[in-house]
Ligand binder design. Structure first.
Ligand code: FAD
Length: 623
């Protein structure tokens, strides 16, 4: 049966990628269908109920700067907020929030249900409808067919998902949800490179069975940070602390004793797991010299007793899970509410994707999220937004848009995936970005909101707030430049104690703020200079832009130089073997990856600057 309406964009999957993809397309005015297994699991967090962290927080701010939902939902659901690396430079500072799982899900669902141009439908998608080399829609388990100009697949860990607990294993998309088996079979018949990855989660515990008095409490920050540029602390629900405890040598002995029934160590699981989120059995084996590993004891919400013990992800048999949990300080009488498990699933080699996240093999079909080999809600949300906006633009016959590496962590993520591919679940780190100083959490809006407005992603309220902030920053910077202080200025007695070297010549406030020892708020506490601007986001920007101007300018210069060749196009059917001087290995790598630009070619591992020069010369001569 054919559904009566046709859509511009169909998004399959209501996880973090699917949410942002469908909202982006609908915000841009496209008639959008979100087709998902179960409406009750929209916005569900499969693992840790936490958003952000180093590198990941940057992605959340960028999603927000482009009008996405993740930051806003976190502000309304976060029960503990912290700024990580707060004592370090602004480039690596990152916001992290522990969320109430139910509040998060409810906020996402409510938002989706009220989004104009968005239709939600519950059914499993089990096939793609093809029109030659293009996708033309999807069909569902009950034989219903939906047609559309573009389709975005965001089916997470569900494709041929296999759950493992000890040596028991069964099909599943994640705990409590079915795997996507028919769709996985169908996609295996298509010309994609497909492989298996794995991820895992810890057992959940009942808080009433834990002894928090022997654990170290970890409160959130005060004042409480917000995630969204539009966020207010009033949006946050009640704030509660997390706790810290540790594994010990007894725990490690129990784990070693269970390895003969571990699916990972007996070779049952073949997929590669996330290196930076290892299971506890992996940690014990890889860091055998360590007597103890930290566990963050994180509440799952305000209205549940369930606890997420962050740091003991495991797929060991349930009896070993019981013993290892109960060997930990404060967990001696722990009741496990849900067992830990590992899941193996299909993912697509992201080198088969264009920068827009459209597949190279099937026109109008886009992939986003965990199916592209990433791990994490933030990485999924970021890809969802870019895939959703590009699917929407394609349906309107408009040019595509993806941020560059110098513009956003989203750009770094997509460029890394589509150029280098990945052999293990990919997660974002600040170290992946070469222009870290420019790609800060505090300026994601300055980097992206204007572009988002042009694309139709940013609504009026966000745009008005952004313009107001930019105006405040500019006016305050001008005021600081114009406010001069001489040696005999009446405020010098209050100023000098703040300075490492007392004022010896006339200086304006911008110069004084550039000194490493001064802070904007301290200078503004001097009556003659203050009170400064009340807009905290703007004053933070004034301070950072002033203090780091020199470094920022240098990085901008570097980008300009690189840009000259970065976007030089390489024709899709280019024959690399025609370039004399390239080794067979380099020709094979370039032919295999088919980079679209010289910039992408330069980032393929093993492609030397000398090879890029030869390629450039050839393209210039024959282009
Ligand atoms: P998902 O959130 O998985 O959403 C997929 C959506 O698609 C679901 O709504 C599903 O119902 C729907 N769907 C699937 N197939 C179909 C179909 N055929 N038809 C209709 N709808 C369909 N991340 C970390 O950062 N660190 C971790 O340690 C970590 N551990 C994890 C452990 C486990 C056990 C799991 C399952 C996930 C873990 N994650 C972890 C990953 C994190 O959950 C994902 O990265 C994130 O949820 C991916 O978002 P997504 O939107 O791509 O997919």
């Amino acid at each position: 049966m054919l559904y009566q309406e046709s859509f511009d964009v169909i998004v399959v999957g209501g996880g973090h990628a699917g949410t942002e993809a469908s909202l982006a397309a609908a915000r841009m005015g496209c008639k959008t269908l979100l087709l998902t297994h179960n409406i009750d699991t929209l916005g569900a967090m499969s693992c840790n109920p936490a958003i952000g962290g180093i590198g990941k927080g940057h992605l959340v701010k960028e999603i927000d700067a482009l009008g996405g939902l993740m930051a806003e939902a976190t502000d309304h659901a976060g029960i503990q907020f912290r700024t990580l690396n707060s004592s370090k430079g602004p480039a690596v500072r990152a916001t992290r929030a522990q969320a109430d799982r139910l509040l998060y899900k409810a906020y996402v669902r409510n938002y989706l249900e009220n989004q104009e141009n968005l239709t939600i439908f519950q059914q499993e998608c089990d096939d793609l409808i093809m029109d030659g080399d293009r996708v033309a829609g999807v069909s569902t388990q009950m034989g219903l067919k939906f047609t559309a100009k573009t389709v975005v697949l965001t089916v997470g860990t569900f494709l041929a998902g296999q759950i493992h607990i000890g040596l028991n294993s069964y099909q599943g998309g994640r705990s409590g949800d079915p795997a996507s088996v028919n769709l996985a079979d169908r996609l295996r018949d298509m010309p994609f490179r497909i492989d298996r990855l794995k991820t895992g989660t810890p057992p959940r515990l009942d808080a009433r069975s834990l002894d928090f008095s022997v654990m170290q409490a970890q409160p959130g920050d005060a004042p409480v940070p917000t995630f969204s540029y539009m966020g207010k602390t009033e949006h946050h629900p009640q704030q509660i602390p997390c706790y810290i405890t540790h594994t010990n040598t007894n725990t490690h002995d129990i784990i070693r004793g269970g390895l003969d029934r571990s699916p990972m160590y007996t070779g049952v699981i073949e997929g590669i797991g996330p290196r930076y989120c290892p299971s506890i059995e992996d940690k014990i084996m890889r860091f055998s010299d360590k007597d103890s590993h930290q566990i963050f004891v994180e509440p799952e919400g305000l209205t549940t007793h369930e606890i997420y013990p962050n740091g003991i992800s495991t797929s060991l048999p349930f009896d070993v899970q019981m013993d290892l949990v109960r060997s930990i300080k404060g967990f001696e009488n722990a009741h496990i509410t849900r067992p830990g498990y590992a899941i193996e699933y299909d993912f697509f080699d992201p080198r088969d994707l264009k920068q827009t996240l459209e597949t190279k093999h099937i026109e109008n079909l886009f992939f986003a999220g965990q199916i592209n080999g990433t791990t994490g809600y933030e990485e999924a949300g970021a890809q969802g937004l870019i895939a959703g906006l590009n699917a929407a633009r394609r349906s309107m016959d408009k040019e595509s848009w993806t941020p560059g590496r110098e513009q956003a962590y989203m750009g770094v993520l997509i460029d890394d995936l589509s150029t280098l591919g990945t052999k293990e679940p990919y997660r974002m780190f600040t170290s992946r970005a070469e222009y870290r100083l420019l790609l800060r959490e505090d300026n994601a809006d300055i980097r992206l909101t204007e572009q988002g407005r042009e694309l139709g992603l940013v609504g009026d309220a966000r745009w008005a707030r952004f313009c107001e902030k930019m105006e405040n920053v500019e006016q305050e910077r001008q005021r600081l430049r114009a406010l001069w202080v001489q040696k005999d200025h009446p405020a010098v007695d209050k100023l000098n104690p703040m300075l490492k070297n007392p004022l010896s010549r006339e200086a304006n406030l911008e110069e004084l703020l550039r000194r490493p020892e001064t802070r904007y708020d301290d200078l503004m506490s001097i009556e003659e200079f203050g009170p400064g601007i009340a807009d905290k986001q703007a004053s933070e920007q004034v301070e950072i832009q002033t203090k780091y101007q020199g470094y920022i300018d240098r990085q901008l210069d570097e980008i300009e130089k690189k840009k000259r060749h970065e976007n030089t196009l390489i024709p899709g059917d280019f024959d690399f073997s025609k370039i004399s001087g390239l080794s067979n290995e380099v020709v094979a790598k370039l032919t295999d990856s088919r980079p679209e630009t010289l910039g992408k070619a330069s980032r393929i591992s093993g492609i030397t600057p000398a090879a890029i020069s030869l390629l450039l010369v050839y393209l210039k001569k024959h282009g």
